[in-house]
Design a protein around this ligand. Structure first.
Ligand SMILES: O=C(O)CCC(=O)C(=O)O
Ligand SMILES: [Fe+2]
Length: 300
């Protein structure tokens, strides 16, 4: 039994549990301990009830400014190189800036920010990995993004344990007018892609610049239309389970030097330990062997 009240257990009692069961219970304890230590209980309740939550000011505002200016600088480099990715057609103003984690050191600090990562771990388990790290620049006058669940290529009914979940850093104010993210509260329980007309149920997430949004990937959401001048910049760190193919092959481009300067979990997050794909005529990557059992547990 998990010791929910943290009362002491007699030290010479023989634990009848299978070691795999002990490990699964210890995983739950670690997730719970982190949530309590970081004071995130209310956010867990939000995630359960609504499928998303908003964290305030987990870093100084200057860090959000630095992320924003770095994303805009990289987006400009993409434009000059002729590879900028439009989000609302060639005539639209909105665009995506991709592969951020591989392009500037500042994004490593964002990825390892403790509170959002603890909430993602609550949703996705300890073994989850980064699928992509994107800047989302929304300009005035473009149509809203279609509502969707972050479960691309997955046929419904989508799994209850989300295949992906997202952290969205609000690098500008998120409001209805600014083109903030729209969401259908509680829709993560439907386990489906949004039906036609779901946008009539959507509300804007109101979040000041300096906030960080966490979404269960099963919640129906999408960028709203910006109706005021200027740009809304957001940054996603998008996580998936180990069995999902990542949007960006970060493992292939992140060097051992970058791995060495970060906490141990970083290596796992970028895919160093994924059992697949095998290399060098092996059956699977041996570093990933340990995950075969535990990833079948939603929190594993
Ligand atoms: O930009 C946004 O507000 C949402 C982006 C999003 O949900 C996505 O690209 O999957
Ligand atoms: Fe999304």
């Amino acid at each position: 039994m998990v010791d929910l009240n943290q009362t002491s257990v007699s030290s010479n009692a023989i634990d009848p549990r299978h070691p795999g069961v002990v490990a699964a219970h210890q995983r739950l304890d670690r997730i719970r301990d982190d949530i309590l230590r970081l004071g995130l209980e209310r956010h867990v309740l939000d995630l359960e009830l609504y499928g998303y939550t908003v964290l305030d000011q987990i870093k100084p505002l200057s860090f959000f400014d630095d992320l924003r200016s770095t994303i805009l600088k990289l987006g400009e480099e993409d434009r000059i190189a002729g590879r900028r990715i439009p989000l609302a057609g060639d005539r639209g103003k909105s665009y995506l800036v991709t592969w951020l984690l591989a392009r500037d050191r500042i994004f490593e600090e964002a990825v390892m920010a403790e509170k959002p990562l603890a909430l993602i771990t609550y949703l996705m388990g300890e073994s989850c990995q980064i699928s992509s790290n994107h800047g989302h620049v929304r300009g005035e006058g473009d149509l809203p993004q279609g509502l969707h669940a972050d479960a691309p290529l997955v046929p419904g009914p989508i799994p209850e344990a989300p295949v992906a979940s997202n952290i969205m850093w609000a690098l500008d104010d998120f409001t209805l007018e600014s083109g903030g993210t729209l969401v259908v509260p509680g829709s993560h329980r439907q386990r489906s892609h949004p039906p036609v007309g779901a946008s009539k149920m959507a509300v804007p997430i109101e979040a000041r610049k300096g906030s960080v949004l966490i979404f269960n990937g099963n919640v129906w959401h999408g960028a709203g239309a910006r109706t005021v001048a200027g740009e809304r910049v957001g940054m996603t760190i998008y996580f998936n389970r180990m069995y999902v193919r990542p949007q960006e092959d970060l493992n292939a481009v992140i060097s051992d030097e970058v791995i060495a300067r970060n906490p141990p979990r970083f290596a796992h997050l970028v895919g160093r330990n994924n059992p697949y794909p095998a290399q060098n005529y092996e059956f699977f990557n041996p570093k990933g062997a340990v995950y075969f059992g535990k990833t079948q547990d939603a929190k594993g």
